[in-house]
Write a protein of this length. Structure first.
Length: 318
């Protein structure tokens, strides 16, 4: 259903518009009506209508001011103008400069006029919604493919017995990582394990793969907000690896930042994904290609967190 807000200072006009045609049969829902622009703007902020059908001449805030405000605050909301013959210049401004889609003449208004205009608007809104849906689906697919490439690339470092280091580094540099790739750099390695998450969300079943991608996104965002260089990779069996560049010139600060990142991970993943996790931290990896040993330590520490309780941070030395 396309949500419609009707705005006119004349009560009988508002009633007439609501009762003149069968809105629901055409695919519209009248979500409210307002007697001036001020009231309409407040209602629009709350109700988020797809379409506002508004008069031009009204007290407090006229139709042109309302359209300007909607364009600024709710740019996705479409507008159709109710007009009298003497309002021609206002209607022209509303359509040419403010983006109103169409107009309905008030004095000669009849059901056929409203139906024709509404069907045209409906087609436009549905076309835009479909395009937006295609863009969202494409973005999700791009993100999915990007995460898949990243994860497979990183698994090679952990699992491959005959890794082509030069080729592997070149592939990594093409993945647009936040991680600095240098064979001689020092790295902190965190293992993150999901113990429990809900399979039902507000909009129904959440695919496990979507949860994994969400966790990667949340984790990478936390890393970036802490002014760190690093990335998160899904390994398998509900286990992730977080690889962080480490600055040994300021090891106390690095430890505090690492601890802060881990606590943010615990809080945010529980809050946004409704998942319980534990974290294991391996010993410092002296070099990129020593990460495998550090990850095994972190993974083992993470598994031992069972004895400490879910939602804990365990160090490989513990």
């Amino acid at each position: 259903m396309i949500r419609v807000l009707i705005v006119d200072d004349e009560f009988l006009v508002r009633v007439g518009i609501k009762t003149m045609i069968n809105w629901e049969e055409l695919g519209f829902e009248i979500v409210g009506d307002a007697e001036n622009g001020d009231q309409a703007l407040e209602m629009a902020r709350e109700l988020r209508p797809d379409l506002v059908l508004t008069d031009i001449r009204m007290p407090k805030m006229d139709g042109l001011e309302l359209i300007r405000a909607l364009k600024e605050e709710l740019p996705e909301t479409k507008v159709v103008v109710l007009s009298c013959y003497q309002d021609f210049e206002y209607v022209r401004e509303a359509m040419q400069f403010l983006g109103a889609l169409d107009y309905v003449p008030k004095l000669s208004m009849n059901p056929e006029d409203i139906v024709n205009v509404m069907l045209n608007v409906k087609q436009l809104i549905e076309t835009e919604n479909e395009k937006q849906g295609q863009i969202i689906r494409l973005e999700k697919q791009v993100n999915h493919n990007g995460y898949l490439k990243r994860n497979n690339w990183f698994r090679e470092l952990l699992l491959s017995s005959d890794l082509n280091k030069s080729q592997w580094l070149t592939q990594g540099k093409n993945l647009r990582l936040n991680l600095k790739l240098n064979p001689d750099e020092d790295y902190n390695v965190i293992c993150m394990r999901i113990h429990k998450h809900t399979k039902e969300g507000k909009k129904g079943s959440i695919h496990r793969e979507h949860i994994h991608n969400s966790i990667i996104s949340i984790s990478d965002d936390i890393i970036e907000k802490n002014n760190s260089h690093g990335n998160t990779f899904y390994i398998d069996n509900e286990e992730f690896c977080i690889l962080l560049n480490c600055d040994l010139d300021n090891d106390i600060y690095e430890f505090e930042k690492l601890d802060h990142i881990c606590n943010q991970l615990l809080d945010n993943i529980k809050l946004y994904v409704n998942a319980l996790i534990s974290l294991g931290i391996g010993s410092l990896s002296n070099g990129l290609f020593a990460v495998r040993d550090s990850y095994q330590q972190a993974s083992q520490a993470c598994r031992f967190s069972f004895y400490q309780g879910v939602g804990t941070i365990a160090y490989s030395e513990d």
